[in-house]
Design a protein around this ligand. Structure first.
Ligand code: AMP
Length: 432
């Protein structure tokens, strides 16, 4: 199937071509025809599958066709709610790219920066609004946002929003949307709470599922090293030195662990930087920007800090720790092998992590290939255990992380050094 076969308007096709997309990804192939028919959609898919275009293109196609008959100030006709500012910025950039040859205007709003610039743009009028939940409710409450003309509502990464405690915010937002609308609901996983939430949002819907194994196994070469905990730094340095050309994203389960990895790599003369919730926004912005530009080859991140990082040419993901939540593994390895690209994901597994590996393999329905024996395999697993931080759930990063990183150049990226404006919103508001 080609994009032409989908019957899209000429300017959208031209933009897709300009992006370099030749064929639709599986989720695009399935979701675009459903959405063009005007049906609601439940998409079970993660970031990295091309889902932004899967919902962005049909929305833009409809707005472009409808725009010919419209006059007067722009009104919000499509709303995309997404959990983090990185994702919001990325989605806004994708909409801008796909709308490049149309007159459709998108803006992005998120917390952690002053609201003045955002409200000015809203007052001038936009067609599409991409928002994180806290700031969206704030600005709705202040009367800057009207959904009277809304036709499309997209809830993105619903499982992550629930994990981050946004459920009440989401319900409040939904209550304010006009009932006659096309609704799209995306989630990487489908626990019971998500199914219940999707029922509240969707009317007569069709479902598209892109299984994790489809998203990952086909494109990402995976491998696992059995290595003792004290030997992990040596193996990491060895692998990085073996691939001097590659950009490497290293995942650590904890913030403390991420800092420790950076230190250990420095001892092996490898420059790296860590991004996690305890780092200042400026530091995170700089590290991510340098990594995206190729100035920094090795980035060490916790799961939440890394969500939404879309780095072209990311060749290698290393799971320094195996996550104890299997879906997190899928998210992590999805950082490489985005859409058409191929990538490599290597995991380190010590004795304590064996059960996590088993859970992961159950989820992805395949065995992660065992890497050949290596010189760092020996070591006393127990020796380092006492000096390690207690194991925490990945959620602990979520609960504590506040400001998200925003980096690079974009009309949506605010000043990284800006402090959170003095609002008195609850904890969950601070998290977007
Ligand atoms: P997403 O899942 O929306 O975050 O998309 C992941 C990446 O895939 C982004 O970098 C997109 O630009 C890219 N992408 C989306 N659709 C296609 C396509 N049909 N062909 C090639 N790349 C794509």
């Amino acid at each position: 199937m080609t994009f032409e076969d989908l019957g899209l308007a000429e300017p959208i096709l031209k933009a897709v071509e300009k992006e370099g997309y030749t064929t639709p990804t599986p989720i695009q192939e399935k979701a675009i025809p459903i959405l063009l028919k005007g049906k609601d959609l439940l998409g079970v898919a993660q970031t990295g599958t091309g889902k932004t275009a899967a919902f962005g293109i049909p929305i833009l196609n409809h707005l472009y066709n409808a725009q010919k008959t419209q006059t007067g100030k722009r009104r919000i006709k499509a709303l995309v709610v997404t959990p983090t500012r990185e994702l919001a910025i990325q989605i806004g950039e994708s909409f801008d790219a796909y709308a490049r040859y149309t007159n459709i205007k998108t803006t992005v709003i998120f917390g952690g920066v002053k609201q003045g610039k955002q409200t000015r743009i809203l007052q001038q009028g936009v067609d599409i609004l991409v928002a994180t939940p806290g700031r969206l409710l704030d600005l709705m409450g202040q009367g800057f946002i009207s959904f009277r003309d809304l036709e499309f509502a997209v809830l993105d990464e619903a499982d992550q929003m629930l994990d981050m405690g946004f459920i009440h915010d989401i319900k409040k937002i939904i209550a304010k949307l006009p009932p006659k609308r096309q609704s799209l609901f995306f989630s990487a996983t489908m626990p019971k709470s998500i199914v219940e939430l999707s029922r509240k949002i969707l009317g007569d819907f069709e479902q598209v599922t892109i299984k994790p194994e489809q998203a990952t196994a086909e494109k990402v070469d995976q491998g696992v090293y059995f290595v003792s905990k004290p030997n992990k730094p040596k193996l990491l340095a060895h692998l990085i030195k073996e691939k001097p050309e590659d950009s490497v994203l290293v995942f650590s389960r904890t913030k403390h662990g991420a800092n420790k990895i950076v230190k250990k790599l420095a001892q092996s003369d490898i420059r790296s930087a860590a991004i996690h919730g305890n780092k200042s926004q400026t530091a995170r912005q700089k590290a991510l920007g340098d990594f995206k530009d190729g100035q920094l080859r090795v980035l060490v991140a916790t799961d939440i800090a890394a969500r939404g990082i879309d780095v072209e040419e990311l060749n290698l993901v290393i799971n320094y720790d195996l996550p104890n939540i299997s879906e997190t593994y899928v998210h992590r390895i999805g950082r490489t092998g985005r859409a058409e690209a191929s990538g490599i994901a290597l995991s380190f597994c010590d004795k304590e992590e064996r059960p996590y590996l088993r859970d992961i393999e159950k989820l992805i329905n395949q065995q992660v290939p065992r890497m050949p024996e290596h010189q760092f395999i020996e070591g006393d697993d127990e020796a380092d255990t006492q000096t390690e931080q207690p194991r925490r759930k990945p959620n602990s990063d979520r609960n504590r992380s506040r400001n998200r990183n925003n980096s690079g150049s974009s009309k949506y990226r605010g000043s990284g050094s800006q402090k959170r404006s003095g609002n008195n919103r609850s904890k969950s508001r601070g998290r977007d």
